[in-house]
Design a protein around this ligand. Structure first.
Ligand code: CU
Length: 111
């Protein structure tokens, strides 16, 4: 899912689950979104009661396993969104994998 955005230029976050059915691990090293100026892989953290987030360069999905992007954890940060993301709409992200190549995911916009 992706967070709704009421106006252009705002930020949003996207969450989804990656399933690796292969018997080899794969590395997600980037993400692209046509509807945002920049998309980054982010990790949320909690440190001494402080919450924040930081960019991560890659995420490893183990063989025959899955990796979930979820609120409070890993997410795709979408910067300077170019269009209104209304609840109920679907947006497409392209995930760049070292072995799997480019994989498209459609995520619904949800609150
Ligand atoms: Cu973030």
């Amino acid at each position: 899912m992706s967070r709704p955005v009421r106006a252009r230029g705002m930020m949003s976050a996207a969450y989804f689950k990656i399933v690796n059915t292969s018997d080899k691990p794969d590395t997600l090293y980037g993400v692209k979104a046509d509807f945002a100026e920049m998309a980054q892989l982010h990790e949320s953290f909690r440190n001494d009661g402080m919450v924040g987030m930081k960019q991560v360069r890659f995420v490893i999905v183990p063989a025959k396993s899955s990796f979930e992007f979820k609120p409070g954890g890993y997410h795709v940060m979408l910067m300077n969104v170019k269009e209104d993301l209304k609840v109920g709409k679907k947006v497409t992200l392209r995930l760049l994998f070292k072995h799997g190549g480019t994989v498209k995911v459609a995520v619904p916009v949800r609150k």
